[in-house]
Design a binder for this molecule. Structure first.
Ligand code: PMP
Length: 400
């Protein structure tokens, strides 16, 4: 179709006054309902395995049965796990705050390595603390490790973000070689940390569950056991915003984080921990529950891939084909992403702000767009995709 035809089609769609929000990677109503049984089930007693009454204060680092599930999920020792509240992002924020307040990092000089496209909230946290962000390109194997290796030789580089499995927004999984190099590379700052945000470890909807190398084990082999601080979350396993999260660390990192936790709180919500531990029991229980999510998500991702494959033909736009996670990453021809988003917005379809996947919202080629298919029903998704693909076609034609 020529540009005139595309614009006519666009005007016709605009007249439908659509109102569709595909901005955030949220689970949909059907997914969160999968845990209604857990949320509604009465707890017959309130006593954890070690005799802790979960209705009372204490147990700052979690009840044993929940620690055990997280230790198995992350492949770490139970003693390395600190169970938190309902938000892993909150734990990451606090972790950075602690490193600064305890003077391990100097906020006025600190720099962070930010693989991009990446998770906008990670970048927002760095920006909040005034940490200078250094962008490195993402590849299907993980961050460009030659670029990372060079940057960590700067003594002001204090940390790095990593989403190792089903990265936000591409759905990439780090290769073992990337993980080995992250663990082994020399870092000039003595308290250099990798914030290992394992937000999607069991969120696969096709193929097998990815089993990348364990970052903590690899770091330990290289005498860098304090380097990684691992995080994971039940937000997209049980209920978003009312799940359970944890962090895991060893050596000096473990000591720093424990000290802060014991100052900061007299204990997290252990009733919710007990509810989760009794419902899921172990990682097998989590995996079988995730199959139910997969049944809901797989058809949506398949539909998006099918439509993009057809509609992007001839536009120069490309997209990732994740086997899990919550997002698909699109590369439009250079200079088109903001235009695509605006065309979608004007036609009533909201997608994530173009540029949000880069530090400071600055996508140098204005080409990356994060698409979040999970929250929409299949019908809404098809409507959103019609608008989105048309916008890509128009922007590509106008910019060629
Ligand atoms: N990390 C990543 C990579 C995410 O995609 C998300 C959710 N979008 C989070 C963390 C937030 O997790 P939580 O709900 O535990 O704060």
């Amino acid at each position: 179709m020529d540009l005139k035809g595309l614009l006519e089609k666009y005007e016709a769609i605009k007249a439908k006054n659509l109102k569709i929000d595909a901005t955030r990677g949220k689970p949909n109503a059907q997914q969160v309902a999968l845990c209604d049984e857990m949320v509604n089930a009465p707890l017959d007693d309130f006593i954890a395995e070690d005799g802790t009454d979960v209705r009372n204060y204490g147990g700052n680092d979690g009840i044993p049965e929940m620690k055990r599930i997280f230790a198995e999920l992350l492949g770490v020792e139970i003693s390395e796990v600190i169970v938190g509240g309902n938000s892993s992002l909150n734990m990451m924020f606090d972790c950075i705050a602690t490193m600064i307040l305890d003077k391990h990092w100097d906020a006025s000089r600190a720099k962070f390595i930010c693989p991009a496209p990446g998770y906008d909230r990670h970048f927002a946290v760095c920006e909040y603390f005034g940490i200078k962000m250094l962008t490195v390109p993402m590849t299907p194997e993980g961050p460009d490790m030659n670029a990372v290796k060079e940057l960590v030789s700067d003594p002001d580089v204090v940390g790095m973000w990593c989403v190792p499995v089903f990265s936000n927004p591409q759905g990439y999984v780090y290769s073992d070689e990337t993980i080995r190099r992250l663990a082994a590379m020399p870092a000039a700052h003595p308290a250099f940390k990798i914030l290992w945000d394992d937000a999607y470890p069991v969120h696969y909807f096709s193929g097998k569950r990815p089993t990348p190398l364990n970052i903590l084990n690899e770091c330990r082999k290289n005498n860098n056991e304090s380097r990684p601080i691992m995080f994971t979350s039940f937000s997209k396993i049980s209920v978003a915003g009312a799940g359970i999260v944890c962090m895991a660390a060893a050596g000096e990192s473990q000591a720093i984080l424990r000290k802060r936790i014991f100052m900061q709180t007299i204990g997290p919500d252990k009733i919710n921990q007990l509810r989760h531990a009794r419902y899921f029991k172990n990682v097998k229980g989590v995996e079988s529950h995730m199959q139910k999510h997969a049944e809901i998500l797989r058809p949506k991702f398949e539909r998006v891939i099918e439509i993009f494959s057809k509609e992007f033909y001839g536009t120069g736009a490309t997209f990732t084909t994740p086997k899990g996670g919550y997002f698909i990453s699109i590369e439009t021809p250079p200079g088109c992403a903001k235009h695509v988003r605006q065309l979608c917005k004007d036609a009533g379809v909201l997608i994530t702000e173009a540029g949000a996947t880069f530090p400071y919202g600055n996508d140098p080629s204005d080409s990356n767009i994060r698409f979040a298919p999970t929250y929409l029903s299949i019908e809404e998704l098809e409507q959103a995709l019609e608008v989105f693909c048309l916008a890509v076609q128009i922007a590509a034609a106008e910019h060629s």
